[in-house]
Design a protein around this ligand. Structure first.
Ligand code: PLP
Length: 390
């Protein structure tokens, strides 16, 4: 079975994990810091904080931006539920800004409207869907006008770049950017996430929040009378200064992630070549077209998404997925609009309020895209789809 996405592990990756296991340090050690430094340097951000998942990264980023009760957090309806859940974890209202029908990313026009209607907005989380960067100059300008912080959800977009060439993660248009290292993503840590930022006080807050809210680096003590004895720091002393979490990542995971990270450019180059071949193969087809066919050189190419006119092929999406499966080809839908999930419906959301997301959802199908997908396998996918869709 050819899956829709898959990680690639080589002997170097295995050795990297073994090296950590033999090093005597399993967590909070040098592999975490080395991975943080490598990513910060690559994306062009001052600071990076590695955490246990992309979801943890979103939660901490929302808290660090001041998202909480009495505020709202704006995100895209076409994303994994974690982008929106970050707002709920923080006790805020979630608000969705509909997508642009061409890019599948948050539409700046819709964001403008949502910002006008939600003066309590504290943060906006644009999602670089499938790796294609959002229109960040427009989103940042709108957010700045009303003093709302931007947190980029770049779970799909490690290695992607803005039109000016700066890398996603540099925080050129955001207070923070988050990444995920789940195995289907650009690089795998098993599970893992990261937040990048250029703001030192945010960085310090993220370090505290990652580890129970306990003071880090040279954070001053809040209770010097407990911290000091005759003016000297008590050697055992630490302070929990705010309510934090245990969202730390292990050195084993970071050993793997760092080894994977060295191959990022190679991974993306292969994905880009596969995307080019798919684009050529599906160009001019009557019943289907590639989503996000613009700006291919900017994308991290996390997913390859087709938009299919299921009415005209006289087959439902479920039937098509079944037909593909019987030919050994996996496919998936990214995503069910977040407001359509029962939990969000119970909160009062109506998926019909986001017509572009709703239309996109009716038509979308992700087909296999990953580093190890061979040319032969790709041709198998193309010919199966061409015969089923003609
Ligand atoms: C857009 C997006 N944001 C956030 C996440 C959460 O990342 P993680 O699975 O590492 O918690 C995902 C994961 O699939 C995602 O696709």
């Amino acid at each position: 079975m050819i899956p829709y996405g898959k990680h690639h592990i080589d002997e170097e990756d295995i050795q990297a994990v073994v090296d950590v296991l033999r090093s005597g340090v399993l967590t909070q050690g040098p592999a975490v810091e080395a991975f943080e430094r490598a990513v910060a340097e690559y994306v062009g951000a001052k600071y990076a904080v590695a955490v246990s998942s992309g979801t943890a990264a979103l939660h901490l980023a929302a808290l660090a931006a001041g998202v909480g009760p009495g505020t709202s957090l704006i995100t895209s309806p076409i994303t994994f539920v974690a982008s929106a859940n970050a707002g709920l974890y923080a006790g805020a209202q979630v608000v969705f800004a509909d997508i642009d029908p061409d890019t599948i990313n948050m539409s700046p026009e819709s964001l403008k409207d949502v910002l006008e209607k939600n003066p309590d907005a504290r943060a906006v989380i644009p999602v670089h869907f499938a790796g294609l960067p959002c229109d960040m100059p427009a989103i940042k300008a709108l957010a700045d006008q009303v003093g709302v912080d931007v947190i980029e959800d770049a779970a799909h977009a490690l290695g992607a770049a803005y039109p000016n060439g700066q890398r996603v993660g540099s925080c050129a248009y955001a207070l923070m950017t988050i990444f995920s290292f789940h195995p289907v993503k650009a690089i795998a840590a098993g599970e893992g996430g990261m937040i990048t930022t250029n703001d030192e006080s945010i960085y310090r807050k993220l370090l505290r929040l990652r580890s129970h809210g306990i003071n880090k680096l040279d954070d001053p003590s809040q209770l010097p009378e407990q911290a000091l004895s005759e003016g000297v720091q008590n050697p055992w002393y630490y302070e929990m200064q705010e309510l934090g979490f245990h969202y730390r990542i292990t050195d084993m995971q970071c050993g793997l992630a760092r080894s994977q990270f060295k191959k990022l450019e190679k991974f993306i180059a292969r994905r880009r070549a596969l995307v080019k071949r798919y684009d050529e193969a599906f160009a001019g087809m009557r019943n289907c077209s590639p989503a996000q066919a613009m700006d291919r050189d900017q994308s991290g190419h996390h997913l390859y998404v087709l938009r299919i006119d299921f009415d005209s092929i006289k087959m439902s999406r479920g039937q098509l997925m079944q037909e593909l499966k019987s030919r050994g080809i996996g496919s998936q839908v990214h995503y069910i609009p977040v407001p359509a999930h029962p939990y969000y419906r119970r909160l009062g959301f109506n998926p019909g309020d986001y017509p572009n997301a709703q239309k996109y959802y009716q038509e979308t199908l992700s087909i296999p895209l990953f580093y190890d997908l061979s040319d032969e396998q790709q041709e198998q996918v193309i010919s199966a789809l061409k015969s089923l869709l003609s």
